[in-house]
Design a protein around this ligand. Structure first.
Ligand SMILES: NC(=O)c1ccc[n+]([C@@H]2O[C@H](COP(=O)([O-])OP(=O)(O)OC[C@H]3O[C@@H](n4cnc5c(N)ncnc54)[C@H](OP(=O)(O)O)[C@@H]3O)[C@@H](O)[C@H]2O)c1
Length: 287
């Protein structure tokens, strides 16, 4: 039996990937939750999962965490701007530890997108290809939860701001990306492969707010802004300037169609339709 390791396992996607591995009958003790802070992984340890410390900024911890691992899912770090050296540490540790396969959560359309957010992903993909490790690039599109987990200010103001114009985003649920990751990790047929993972039903921001309006007690509109003005609004809402600029640029990426892709890879990997916008919005209102 292979030993599977998932980095960032204290995060939302990492938890869902572990759930999906277990649902595929991987024994809990064959799963390593590689985490920055083991105190945050007590729920995983209680389920019989091996919890090992693995900080992307600490190469020694990564090498120790990956010992005996056959298949590794490197979940991209959350510190935008720091990710390339962190991912390099993880890839070098995987090589040193003799890991047999690495999957990496990249970004949709990494070959062609011009979004600032994609730069660290593209560079990480290059490191993986150069490492000599058998790999799969899981090019995840936007999470539906990027919208549904942040509806409070939208409902408060009756408006969603953005710079996406009429562009469509093929967002999908984290749980679907997690199922796809588990499918790739547990199969033996995905060596050196690239998956463009996106939801079945791309939608515009106006379609999103129309869906939200169905459940809200007041109309909610989409207000399109020039990208600089949208970045200013994000800063006014409390985001650091650098991150606000990256998010506003990503919103503009949607206008250019860079977060849509009709490959069908996600649907094929999970063996059915992806969760829809309507389902995700309805679920978020049920709490
Ligand atoms: N596709 C999208 O729409 C989208 C949206 C947001 C993010 N993302 C990317 O997808 C990743 C997973 O998403 P998510 O929703 O699961 O994010 P999340 O819940 O914020 O989880 C991020 C995980 O990364 C871990 N991490 C951060 N810095 C680390 C470090 N230096 N060493 C080791 N672990 C570190 C965190 O550990 P702690 O628990 O210790 O903080 C956490 O487990 C994110 O990290 C980001 O790269 C994608």
């Amino acid at each position: 039996m292979s030993t599977f390791a998932v980095t960032g396992a204290t995060g939302k996607l990492g938890h869902l990937v572990i759930d999906s591995l277990i649902a595929r009958d991987v024994p809990a003790d064959s799963v390593v939750a590689a985490v920055r802070n083991p105190d945050k992984a007590q729920d995983l340890a209680a389920r019989g999962i091996q919890v090992r410390e693995a900080d992307y900024s600490d190469p020694q911890s990564l090498r120790a965490a990956f010992a005996g691992v056959s298949k590794l899912l490197l979940i991209s770090g959350s510190e935008v701007g720091q990710r390339l050296p962190q991912h390099r540490n993880a890839i070098e540790a995987a090589v040193a530890a003799g890991v047999g396969f690495i999957a990496y959560t990249s970004i949709l359309n990494a070959d062609t997108t011009t979004m600032i957010l994609a730069e660290e992903h593209k560079a990480t993909e290059e490191l993986i290809r150069a490492s000599g490790l058998p790999y799969a690039l899981l090019r995840n599109g936007w999470y539906l939860e990027n919208y549904t987990e942040h509806l409070a200010p939208v409902l408060e103001h009756g408006a969603l701001l953005g710079a996406s114009g009429d562009g469509r985003v093929a967002a999908a649920a984290r749980a679907d990306y997690a199922k796809a990751a588990a499918a790739v990790l547990t199969a033996d047929s995905h060596r050196d492969s690239v998956f463009e993972l996106a939801g079945d039903q791309p939608f515009t921001m106006a379609e999103l707010t129309a869906e939200v309006s169905v459940h809200a007690d007041r109309p909610v509109e989409y207000r399109d802004l020039p990208v600089a003005q949208y970045a200013e609004a994000l800063v006014a809402a409390g985001l650091p300037e650098g991150y606000a600029n990256v998010l506003a640029d990503s919103s503009l990426g949607i206008a250019r169609g860079e977060l849509a892709n009709d490959s069908g890879d996600l649907r094929r990997l999970i063996g059915g339709p992806t969760a829809s916008l309507a389902e995700a919005v309805a679920a978020s209102f049920k709490g």
